[in-house]
Write a protein that binds this ligand. Structure first.
Ligand code: DAH
Length: 366
């Protein structure tokens, strides 16, 4: 009908195109529909384009007049379509944002294949428990001077305790003290006491090294050291501190502990600590079952050690303890062979490792 009108009255067909376009453009539901309308009017074979093409057939005067009118109409149509396009684009963006929005109330679903190594997990748990008791984390280097690793800890070079800690020696530059891979985390005690004034309350988890390899020894392993120095802390505090830690760590509320007199050069008196267990059919089960299992070494910091660090033993005192992290992890998570910790076997890690958001010990939540 528009075609017919165009033939009958050349100016009417412009009015028709104008009003029809206004209607269809406003009704266009999405960008694709709008584009179809644009092509139908302004495209190569569009209605307005066809009208432009037919200008040549007109007399010069009429051509001028209609040409000008067509240009006005073209600008109008373009503006109309552009305005609608803006609205539809904004709506499309809103729609996309709504569809792709993240529901933060949804529980996280870790899909990753990655696992937290049991050693990392165990260190995190140890740090969490001691942090709740007011301990800070202290650090020291893996490559250590004999001075910090032995000498300052009251283990002079002639001391038999040096032989017990099969040491890796490294080339060093100090003529007086050799350079070693630290055999224990105890040198961090020395560095901490030399670096800060009491009161001190730190734990120091980290790697340690000894020349040893069998089912219960690996050349690299982990220890955590504890150190408390102030004016009053005594063996009773040491026992309470370790009792709380071990019960929280193993998640056993009535886990008994037992102090056995022992000897370490850097503590006096010294004690080894056992935890309750049972050993039925070769299987160790922790708890109040009548049998005992050694778990760590501890004692009151030796006055010589305090003196070596510039702390007056007549004024300050405190306790220290040290334990193997692999041993804690093996007992808690039922891992039978120490060597497997460091074999980088992905099947092992998948079995014994932890998902990043796991909270395996309910006692830690409290
Ligand atoms: N450093 C000792 C070891 O490697 C463990 C230890 C025992 C650390 C008693 C201490 C302690 O701080 O007081 O066997």
């Amino acid at each position: 009908m528009a075609e017919a009108a165009a033939n009958l009255n050349p100016s009417d067909d412009l009015a028709t195109l104008r009003s029809e376009t206004a209607l269809t453009v406003t009704a266009a539901a999405d960008l694709a529909a709008l584009d179809e309308i644009r092509v139908g009017i302004l495209g190569k074979k569009g209605r307005l384009t066809e009208m432009m093409k037919s200008l040549g057939a007109l007399a010069p005067e009429a051509r001028k007049e209609r040409g000008a009118a067509l240009n006005v109409l073209k600008d109008e149509m373009t503006a109309l379509i552009d305005a609608r396009q803006k609205i539809l684009s904004a709506a499309a963006m809103q729609d996309k944002l709504a569809r792709e929005s993240i529901d933060v109330t949804l529980a996280a679903r870790p899909a990753s294949e990655g696992r937290v190594h049991p050693i990392s997990q165990t260190i995190d748990e140890i740090v969490t428990i001691f942090a709740s008791m007011g301990f800070a984390v202290a650090k020291g280097p893996d490559i250590e001077s004999e001075y910090y690793n032995f000498e300052a800890l009251n283990i002079p070079s002639s001391h038999p305790a040096r032989d017990m800690q099969a040491t890796f020696f490294l080339p060093g530059t100090d003529p007086k003290y050799k350079t070693v891979l630290r055999t224990q985390t105890s040198p961090v005690q020395i560095r901490t006491m030399m670096g800060q004034k009491p009161p001190i309350r730190v734990i120091a988890p980290g790697r340690t090294y000894r020349v040893d390899y069998d089912q219960t020894h690996t050349p690299m392993f982990h220890q955590v050291e504890g150190l408390v120095i102030d004016e009053k802390s005594h063996m009773g505090h040491l026992k309470g501190c370790l009792l709380d830690f071990l019960r929280a760590f193993f998640g056993i509320a009535d886990l008994p502990i037992r102090f056995r007199p022992s000897y370490f050069p850097f503590t006096e008196p010294s004690a080894e600590v056992d935890i309750g267990c049972s050993r039925k059919n070769g299987e160790i089960k922790l708890g109040n079952h009548g049998d005992w299992l050694e778990i760590l070494g501890s004692g009151m910091v030796h006055p010589n050690v305090l003196r070596n660090c510039g702390i007056d033993p007549d004024h300050y005192q405190g306790f220290a303890f040290g334990m193997g992290i692999e041993r804690l992890a093996m007992l808690k998570y039922g891992i039978p062979d120490l060597r497997t910790f460091f074999e980088a076997d992905l099947r092992w890690l998948k079995h014994y490792g932890f998902l990043p958001l796991d909270i395996p010990n309910p006692a830690l939540k409290a």
